[in-house]
Design a protein around this ligand. Structure first.
Ligand code: HEM
Length: 505
């Protein structure tokens, strides 16, 4: 009786109501703000519940590492997203699968493919697509948001299948998938019982079946086209599809014949890698343009650096070491307006105990990136855009040498890319693609706030208005984009002409 009466150790957290927990005050939009608010009240690790889902929210990097890295053998599952079908099993979305053999095979393959491409700095495709982007921006600057996402989609589709023309569709497909997997998406992700309505009166289920079927069909079509080209000998060796077919041949499958399941597996593996690299990068790039327009002082500093190093030619990866201010502005953008502000949830694969508190199998662990980026001891003045925190000694995040830091591959703030066995596989391409974009745009254009022709005042930008997806982009906003000189306009057009033949425009 005495033992029974001892209160069980618990994490702090908001008071839980019977059955519902705190579902009533978990907003579907900008949920990270609520999690940060609770972190300020309850501390760096707290518990909450939404109906049957138990959550542990972590807002301290060390605690996140203890759980998700050191105990990665327990906390590396993925929770069920109600409105996606069988995503935990695979083979469609490796980032959302549980930790089983399909996930292991796909992750290992994607990791090696990415590492090889990085060794060659993505074969110059990032720079070639950038020349196209600058040309388009010169001709039609009002479409800068569209073009930015398309740039990211094209780089990925070129790397995957040698078909940059899929870039736009790639972006749209990623956006719809993200909608379906987000709390802000279909209502069935929050009011989960609705998902179990019979299919003939269940619009969410019908939509998802159709969406997934079309996406998988699109991937398999691209896969088969690439296979035909491989057999004819005209698939470029710098594609992920080539790498895959070449491996099959080395294993003795010279004719590349496969079962439907094998094709499905491989087309999803390449298709998803291609898909996941679009909005993850276009979100930060759109925020970067916004930040530069709102902080002319930093824009000018970066432009002075670029002009000094590059002069009349568009910056490339060759200039990486010499442009720390550009890298700092990019790094600070991703900290200030995170593209994955909630983090990506991990799930406990079995019961555990941490700091004397029992954690049940199935509990969802969220290392909330928005809050991690605002820990005052590590990121003083965290709500403001302060690139100097990466450039000046004295700031906790400063690291030398500046020829190397800051970057997105190593060093400080790597929590942005998640933890342990599930860490992001895209850090290298993020580093290259954002760098070339960040430097080339400022080399070519001056960005600023738009001025309203009626009031003469700057058109305001709501820097926190986003679409609330798991991986998000800002909502449409307006800025002014002006080419820096006539001479620069000519150089941009020359650059575009140079690559036009090689790109499929
Ligand atoms: C700034 C851009 C990006 C950010 C902030 C980011 C962040 C993340 C985060 C937080 C995770 C979850 C890690 C975890 O569960 O602990 C993740 C997973 C992943 N990311 Fe990224 N990512 C970015 C870009 C990319 C790109 C460009 C690619 C590929 C081209 C990519 C591929 C992946 C994959 C495949 C996973 C799943 C890993 C797994 O579950 O095994 N990411 N990313």
């Amino acid at each position: 009786w005495k033992n029974g009466s001892k209160p069980k150790a618990k994490f702090p957290g908001p008071r839980q109501f019977p059955l519902v927990g705190r579902i009533h005050d978990l907003p579907r939009f900008s949920l990270w703000l609520k999690f940060k608010e609770w972190a300020d009240e309850f501390g760096p690790i707290y518990y909450t519940r939404a109906v049957e889902n138990e959550f542990i929210i972590v807002t301290d990097e060390k605690i996140a590492e203890e759980l998700l890295v050191k105990r990665g053998y327990i906390y590396s599952g993925r929770p069920q997203i109600r409105s996606l079908i069988k995503h935990k099993e695979g083979p469609a979305y490796s980032a959302l699968m549980d930790r089983h053999d399909i996930w292991k095979t796909q992750r290992k393959w994607a990791h090696a493919a990415m590492a090889e491409a990085y060794k060659h700095h993505f074969y110059g495709h990032v720079e070639a697509e950038m020349k196209r982007y600058l040309g388009l921006l010169l001709l039609d600057p009002a479409r800068f948001l569209d073009y930015t996402r398309e740039y990211c989609g094209r780089v990925m589709s070129r790397l995957a299948w040698d078909d940059a023309t899929q870039g736009r569709l790639n972006g749209e497909s990623a956006d719809t998938t993200l909608h379906c997997m987000s709390v802000s998406g279909p209502i069935t992700n929050t009011v989960t019982p609705l998902w179990f309505l019979p299919s003939f009166i269940n619009p969410w289920y019908k939509f998802e079946v159709k969406r997934e079927r079309e996406q998988r069909q699109w991937w398999i079509n691209l896969f088969r086209i690439a296979k035909q080209r491989m057999l004819r000998g005209d698939l470029p060796s710098d594609t992920w599809a080539y790498r895959y077919f070449e491996q099959l041949r080395r294993e003795g499958n010279v004719t590349l014949e496969q079962t439907k399941d094998q094709e499905d597996f491989a087309s999803c593996m390449i298709g998803f890698l291609n898909l996941v690299g679009v909005v993850t990068i276009s979100g930060p790039l759109k925020f970067y343009l916004m930040a530069m327009a709102l902080h002319p002082h930093w824009q000018k500093k970066a432009q002075e650096e670029i002009d000094r190093v590059c002069g009349d030619r568009m910056p490339t990866m060759q200039d990486y070491e010499k442009l720390p201010i550009v890298r700092a502005c990019l790094k600070e953008t991703v900290r200030w307006r995170s593209g994955v502000p909630l983090g990506v949830p991990h799930q406990a694969e079995r019961d555990d105990e941490y700091r004397g508190v029992k954690i049940r199998k199935g509990t969802i662990i969220l290392a909330c990136e928005w809050a991690l980026n605002r820990v005052p001891t590590k990121y003083p003045d965290g709500d403001n855009f302060r690139p100097e925190r990466w450039l000046e000694p004295g700031w906790p995040t400063y690291q030398e040498p500046l020829t190397r830091y800051p970057n997105f591959r190593e060093g400080q703030a790597m929590h942005t890319f998640g933890f342990g066995r599930r860490t992001c596989l895209g850090q290298n391409i993020v580093d290259d693609e954002t760098f070339v974009f960040g430097a080339a745009v400022l080399w070519a254009f001056n960005l600023g706030q738009k001025v309203c022709p009626c009031t003469g005042r700057p058109v305001p930008i709501d820097t926190q208005a986003t679409n609330s997806h798991v991986i998000l982009e800002p909502l449409p906003y307006e800025i002014s984009i002006k080419v820096r000189s006539e001479e620069r306009a000519r150089q941009i057009l020359d650059g575009y002409k140079e690559v036009q033949a090689q790109l499929r425009v």
